[in-house]
Design a protein. Structure first.
Length: 991
């Protein structure tokens, strides 16, 4: 008696675990994973299995006892299918991914095995159906909460089609539809009993949810289930005692009627859409996926590709439509959307045979129960389970419900229920004494009276071990997914906060989290791929290459992973080229060849991908530049680059302005400036503030004698910048200067240049560069009238530079010239453009011509000439600079000599008189060892003479002498850094 009660309690406990498992399986969500559904449901399934197994080890079942293991023919077929899948996985190229997928199936199958032991009575099965209906109902309620905006779960994106379809606790409306269709069948069984009629209210909510998912396969599945029930009910009226014949007849007749119904719908579809088959939404993509999957089956019809390996192998069989879909949406089918076809892909024709055999056997088994049982309740269960599996089969023809956490788990659970329901209880001699306790003892049916055996211990231990492996694996995967989510959060932060001061620290945290996750889930290509992205952002190019290589090895046909690796090799080559004044050209060429090989691999698998085209033309451009630097014939490389850029623009360039600008550069290099104007103009239309694009357009316009586009776009830029002044001062000045140059090239005799410069001064009189521009134009034309008019019209007299006032003044004094020369020397050092410095030098020329006519002291003249010498030095007029410095050195006091010697040293060095220049700078450094300007000039001259050790010492001295917060100190530090980097790649020494 006690032993029997213990068995009942254990069975009740197992049923309770399964009930709880169903509830959490349906409702569980986990916000710390990128996929909030899959991994938490798998972990909870593994926990439930482990509890079932451990409890069975603690209380083992005796052989032949009432609750001993039943016969499991259906689960036996499932076991064969699982073993064959294991063989196929071990034969595949990606074993770990397949084993992880089989771990999930194993968990569900073992839970189904426990279910077959404890769900043998109709009352227990009925309550199981009720638990499923209640859990799914609660999930549907949550789905409608999503619909009205009461969702408290932190979904990453709610403005997508999938969310609007009420994904509920399944994360996808299609996944929800798979479960809802099956649950409605179970609910229909429940409301056939008077005590469960209230379930109809739950079914209304679930049916509404199913409608909101807009799932196309579910109505067909329910229609097929209803058709099978109707046909089976009619056939059950036959007087024949051969239940097998009835079952087969019901299946055949239902199949024939279904095919007839589909054929009848074809003309309707053709009339509505012009096609016999539906073509809305993503159905065309699925049809193309079917073709690729069939090709994969033909490639390996025996062993297949292994479980979970469809997505990574499907790329090699993409149709043009799938490639275009991927290129436009950055998405691909991760499943075939047909369970049977995906099974054939993963485990070959033998696996497909076992899968189909299992489905047919399940239907026949259920129908046989329905036709043979005398108990009406058991017959109803037979019909219900047959309808359940028919709906699952039809739904699976248009989806992958076997591979979805909830619907797949319910499928295997119902297989266990079928085996339990179809197996009578064995009776032992010890059971006879408690037959009167009807509530404790189930209806045993017809069974032999068997002797009681010994407790089963080895099998429970085996189940416990297997469940522990499943639990540990599921836990590891869940934790790994948490680390991936942290890494993905870093990626999101970097995209949204590109100017954050914490970028370096955040990137390091992201890399650390992803490395931990990769150790836990080594078969997942997402980890090395994102690690590669973060390393690229961190400028850790060698590490990025290593990670991208790992990602490509795990997903070998993915075009973007190949493109990422190609881009990393390209960046490494460019980095090596910039690292030294004498680059290692063979090493750079090898890196570019590596980059090209991976880019071509990506192009082979998706020739319409903008990402692939982007890296291809960048590699071609880099090879063209490399050929130029090696003084090789670069025209063929530029031709190839131009052709690939045009292809990229045809397929939708990733960087449209960059591609157009690169195309313009290629045409300029090919000496086709007329063709260069159009793409550069298009680039500037998209990105007006790109100064390099303006420089290229100006060069193309001048070389082609076609300044129309430059003038038109320039005035557009001019007008666009005015409202944002003074924030856009620099861009405004550059635009004005560009317009004046264009007018000068277009019509040298025109006054348009002067008018443009004068008009700009009405808008921005505070910028000395604009006054210098107008002054230069006036001096070149020999007419200062435009400058005088501009000065007279200027309302802000304080904004007019001194040199403009002196140019327009009738009387000029030596004191004014001395102040003016000092102002010019200051302004020329601030000027960022060589043309501006040249205009200042024209002003200096003008006053030097007038200088002999102005009364002055020799010291005043020397001071003026010293300042003008600095203007000429900055303007690149080294002869004039040397003459004026020499005059000043001979006339000015000794205290001014070091700076003057330093200036003359620079001029002489540029004139090729290096020895004289070095003598001057050494003397200057001796006279003023603590002058930072002299030390900086000395360092630069030493570097030009390849005396790197001395140059580093002089740079260091100059930096230490310069104030901390001035730009010159920063510039000197950058020069020193480049010099030290150069010496790491080149032999160091002194001369």
């Amino acid at each position: 008696m006690n032993r029997m009660n213990e068995e009942f309690r254990l069975a009740r406990f197992h049923r309770l675990i399964i009930y709880c498992w169903i509830v959490v399986l349906v409702l569980a969500l986990f916000p710390l994973n990128a996929n909030p559904v899959k991994h938490i449901k798998e972990l909870l399934s593994a926990i439930a299995l482990f509890l079932l197994a451990v409890s069975l080890v603690v209380r083992p079942v005796k052989k032949g006892a009432c609750w001993d293991w039943p016969k499991i023919p259906m689960l036996g077929i499932v076991a064969l299918w699982l073993v064959w899948n294991l063989v196929c996985v071990l034969h595949s190229n990606f074993k770990m991914a397949g084993l992880d997928e089989l771990r999930v199936y194993t968990t569900w199958i073992l839970i189904a095995l426990f279910a077959s032991r404890v769900f043998r009575e109709t009352r227990h099965i009925r309550f199981l159906f009720l638990v499923i209906c209640c859990a799914v109902f609660l999930s549907s309620v949550y789905g409608f909460m999503q619909y009205v905006g009461w969702d408290i779960f932190p979904w990453s994106s709610r403005n997508v089609e999938e969310y609007r379809g009420l994904p509920s606790t399944y994360a996808n409306p299609n996944f929800a539809g798979h479960v809802l269709a099956l649950t409605l069948i179970l609910g229909a069984y429940l409301i056939s009993h008077a005590s469960y009629r209230w379930v109809a209210a739950l079914m209304l909510v679930m049916a509404a949810h199913l409608y909101m998912t807009h799932m196309r396969g579910a109505p067909l599945a329910l229609a097929a289930a209803g058709g099978l029930f109707f046909v089976s009910f009619l056939i059950s009226r036959w007087r024949s005692e051969k239940t097998m014949r009835k079952a087969v007849s019901a299946l055949v007749l239902t199949t024939v009627l279904g095919l007839i119904g589909l054929l009848a719908l074809l003309p309707v579809s053709h009339k509505r859409s012009g096609y016999y088959f539906p073509t809305d939404g993503s159905l065309i993509l699925r049809y193309n996926g079917y073709y690729g999957a069939a090709q994969m089956v033909l490639d390996n019809p025996i062993m297949g590709k292994g479980s979970a390996n469809y997505a990574r192998n499907a790329i090699a069989h993409w149709t043009p439509y799938e490639k275009q879909w991927f290129a436009e949406r950055q998405k691909r089918n991760m499943h075939v959307h047909c369970d049977l076809l995906e099974t054939a892909v993963e485990s070959g024709v033998p696996g497909l045979f076992l899968h189909v055999f299992l489905l047919i056997a399940l239907l026949i088994r259920c129908l046989t129960l329905a036709f043979s049982e005398k108990d009406p309740a058991r017959r109803a269960l037979g019909y219900t389970l047959a309808a359940f599996f028919m709906a699952f089969i039809v739904d699976g023809l248009f989806g992958f419900n076997l591979r979805v956490p909830v619907s797949g788990a319910l499928f295997f659970l119902m297989i266990g229920v079928v085996d339990g329901l179809a197996t009578p209880f064995p009776r032992t001699a010890d059971d006879r004494g408690i037959e009167k306790k009807k509530k404790e003892l189930p209806s045993l049916g017809k069974g032999a009276v068997l002797p009681q055996g010994r407790p089963r211990r080895s099998f429970p231990l085996f189940l416990c071990t297997l469940s522990l492996v499943c639990l540990l694996s599921a836990s590891v995967v869940l934790v790994g997914e948490i680390y991936f989510q942290r890494g993905d959060a870093v990626r999101f932060f970097l995209e949204k906060n590109p100017d954050s001061p914490y970028l370096t620290q955040v990137r390091k945290q992201g890399i650390e989290n992803l490395r931990i996750g990769q150790k836990l889930i080594s078969w997942d290509d997402r980890y090395p791929d994102m690690l590669g992205h973060l390393c690229m952002r961190q400028a850790l190019i060698p590490e990025a290459i290593a990670y991208y290589s790992q990602a490509l090895a795990l997903d070998p046909y993915h075009p973007h992973k190949a493109a990422n690796l190609a881009r990393a090799y390209l960046n490494q080559g460019l980095r090596l080229a910039r690292a030294s004044a004498s680059p290692d050209y063979p090493a750079i060429a090898h890196l570019l060849d590596q980059a090209q090989s991976y880019a071509e691999q990506g192009f082979h698998y998706c020739e319409v991908s903008p990402n692939v085209h982007d890296v291809r033309w960048r590699i071609a451009r880099a090879k063209a530049i490399l050929a130029e630097e090696q003084q090789q014939e670069a025209a063929p490389y530029w031709e190839k680059a131009a052709a690939q850029i045009q292809e990229a623009l045809t397929y939708g360039a990733v960087d449209v302005p960059g591609a157009y600008q690169a195309l313009g550069l290629a045409y300029l290099k090919l000496n086709r400036p007329n063709e260069a104007v159009d793409p550069i103009t298009k680039a500037l239309h998209v990105k007006m503030d790109d100064e390099s694009g303006w420089v290229m357009l100006e060069a193309a316009a001048q070389n082609s004698d076609n300044t129309t586009a430059l003038l038109s776009l320039g005035y557009q830029r001019y007008a666009a910048l005015i409202p944002d002044l003074p924030e856009t001062e620099d861009a405004f000045v550059a635009t004005v200067r560009r317009l004046t140059r264009a007018w000068t090239a277009f019509d040298p005799q025109s006054q348009a240049s002067a008018r443009t410069a004068a008009a700009s001064l009405e808008v921005l009189p505070e910028r000395a560069e604009l006054w210098a521009l107008l002054a230069g134009i006036a001096l070149n034309e020999g007419d200062l009238a435009p400058l005088r008019l501009a000065m007279q019209g200027c309302k802000n007299r304080d904004a007019i530079p001194l040199f403009v006032k002196e140019l327009c003044a009738d009387q000029k004094t030596a004191q004014q010239l001395e102040e003016l020369s000092l102002e010019l020397a200051r302004l020329v050092q601030q000027a960022s453009d060589r043309d501006i410095r040249n205009e200042y030098s024209l002003v200096a020329d003008y006053f030097l011509v007038l200088l002999p006519e102005i009364p002055r002291a020799s010291v005043q003249e020397a001071t003026i000439r010293a300042n003008f010498g600095g203007v000429y030095l900055e303007s690149g007029r080294y002869d004039d600079a040397e003459k004026n410095f020499t005059f000043a050195i001979n006339e000015l006091p000794v205290g001014d000599t070091p700076r003057l010697l330093s200036g003359r040293a620079g001029a002489r060095a540029e004139l090729g008189r290096v020895k004289e220049g070095m003598m001057d700078i050494k003397k200057a450094a001796t006279l003023a060892p603590n002058d930072p300007i002299i030390q900086l000039t000395y360092a630069r001259m030493l570097q030009n003479e390849h005396r790197y050790d001395e140059a580093i010492f002089a740079y260091t001295a100059a930096i230490n002498l310069l104030p901390e917060k001035i730009d010159l100190r920063k510039q000197a530090g950058q020069e020193l850094s480049r010099l030290r980097q150069f010496t790491e790649f080149s032999p160091r020494g002194t001369q």
